[in-house]
Design a protein around this ligand. Structure first.
Ligand code: NDP
Length: 454
């Protein structure tokens, strides 16, 4: 099966790539395995030098990579620049801290000496999505490589150009050949890769069905895995919130990357006392977003990444309206060749609608009005997902107490959910398990070894 790179703004084919046969795949896995065994013996100083080189190249190629993402998945170049800068930040972070995070820890046990040390696991398979085609990969690869692991990447089939550019990036930064390899394979080949004795672990960022399948293969072969899956983050607005600020961030959080972010504010939950005022502000600000050509520096909303994703999203919207939700902004696909969907909002979303229960992976906000604070907390938790959440209130003590009641991997107070290399990132419930970033992320794919000396 060929890989087809298609521009979602024009639906023109950009390039066609050939996918690998099983011999090619087997050879690549063996080469990655051999490269990792040598890499595990390198010093941190050597790894730091290579990682700094990746960061430098990312800065130099920022416009090239932003244009590539715009062409393959429709990300506006302005957001593409920010994504590449963030990739460089992750490289910098692990270049500075990896040695410390991987350092041995002495523990007093009554033995002559006892300590815990961290050793690389081997080659890690990353199954990655198209929505942040550079950052999602760098978030797994930078810590894995600094820990002494190797990486093989099965990227989303809609971004083969980005996948190959990433492999080239590591090659140009003079990482050993085959240590980072892009596998040009189908999703159906992933099971064989996990089964291979050359692979020791797998990390996936993507949908819940893909997560279930990949985690079950990892379980079958007893290989460590991390699952970073979907989310339907609550954005709770209490009566004493700064409504102007909250509405601005709600718009930013819901509509960045055309709404295709796992940690977007997908369920906006204002309490009754301020709901009318807040919703009016939110709609006004969302309506001002500029939709258009992702290559244009002023564009804020590009096309969705693929036409089928737009169709799925619109079906969720149409069903939710039929179930009683009120379309108060957008909610109709834009006519024309591109996969454009305008900034949209559904108000009065209730538990009877799809928009309440399902993740809306596109530019549509589900507004769920809560009677009071208590009901807002209940609604925030009334979801199968548990990735991020945010609470908006001027009473920080109260908001912090509420944060303790929210079932999610993160809770931001008066700020939008975002990833930061210094803080762990991941979810609970159907949003997956395991953590990326911070020292938690680098220690996911290591052998935590106890050494005890009598
Ligand atoms: P998928 O989860 O299908 O794709 C993500 C990655 O997983 C891709 O590399 C894909 O490969 C691979 N994959 C898919 N199915 C399997 C499988 N059975 N076994 C092994 N690998 C698999 O995402 P979609 O592109 O279909 O997006 C649909 C939904 O996924 C969205 O609506 C959203 O809910 C969720 N999503 C969440 C993301 C997040 O950041 N948490 C990111 C992207 C999507 P291939 O492309 O070849 O199918």
């Amino acid at each position: 099966m060929p890989y087809i790179s298609l521009n979602p703004a024009t639906r023109k084919t950009l390039k066609t790539y050939t996918s690998w046969d099983s011999n090619h795949l087997a050879e690549a896995l063996e080469q990655a395995y051999n490269a990792q065994r040598n890499w595990a013996r390198t010093t941190f100083a050597e790894r730091v030098e290579r990682m700094n080189c990746v960061a430098k190249l990312l800065h130099e190629r920022i416009s090239e990579y932003a244009a590539l993402m715009a062409a393959e998945m429709g990300k506006p170049v302005r957001e593409g620049h920010a994504e590449i800068k963030k990739c460089a930040l992750v490289c910098d972070y692990y270049a500075v801290h990896a040695e410390h995070f991987m350092g041995a820890e002495v523990v007093q046990t009554g033995a002559g000496k006892s300590y815990v040390c961290y050793e690389p696991l081997g080659v890690v398979l990353g199954v990655m999505p198209w929505n942040f085609p550079f950052f999602q990969v760098m978030r797994f690869a930078a810590p894995a490589l600094m820990a002494g692991n190797g990486c093989v990447l099965k990227h989303a089939s809609s971004v083969p150009g980005c996948a190959l550019a990433l492999e080239q990036l590591f090659r140009d930064a003079e990482f050993p050949p085959h240590l980072f390899t892009t596998l040009m394979i189908e999703a159906s080949d992933v099971a064989d890769v996990i089964a291979s004795h050359y692979i020791q672990a797998v990390t996936l960022t993507g949908s819940e069905p893909a997560g279930r399948e990949v985690a079950s293969h990892a379980g079958q072969h007893l290989k460590k895995c991390v699952m970073e899956l979907g989310g339907s983050d609550a954005f709770v607005v209490l009566k004493d919130a700064d409504l102007e600020l909250a509405a601005s961030f709600a718009v930013r959080s819901r509509f960045q990357n055309c709404g295709q972010s796992c940690i977007a504010a997908k369920r906006i939950i204002p309490v009754a006392e301020i709901a009318d005022e807040f919703v009016a502000l939110f709609i006004k600000k969302a309506a001002e977003l500029k939709m258009g050509d992702p290559m244009d520096e002023t564009t804020q909303i590009g096309p969705m990444a693929r036409l089928d994703l737009r169709e799925d999203l619109h079906q969720q919207v149409a069903d939710s309206i039929a179930q009683g939700a009120q379309p108060v902004l957008g909610c109709e696909p834009v006519r024309g060749a591109g996969a454009f969907y305008p900034p949209s909002a559904l108000d009065r979303v209730t538990a009877k609608t799809r928009a309440y229960h399902e993740e809306l992976f596109g530019p549509v906000a589900a507004i769920i009005r809560a009677r009071d604070e208590e009901e807002a907390i209940r609604i925030a938790n009334d979801t199968r997902f548990g990735l991020g959440s945010s609470i908006w209130s001027r009473d920080l003590d109260r908001a912090e107490k509420i944060a303790g009641q929210i079932q999610a991997g993160s809770c931001f107070i008066n700020g939008m959910v975002r990833s930061d290399p210094r803080l762990p990132f991941g979810g609970t419930k159907a949003s997956g398990f395991g953590r990326e970033l911070s020292y938690h992320g680098i220690r996911e794919f290591v052998n935590i070894k106890t050494v005890w000396i009598g």
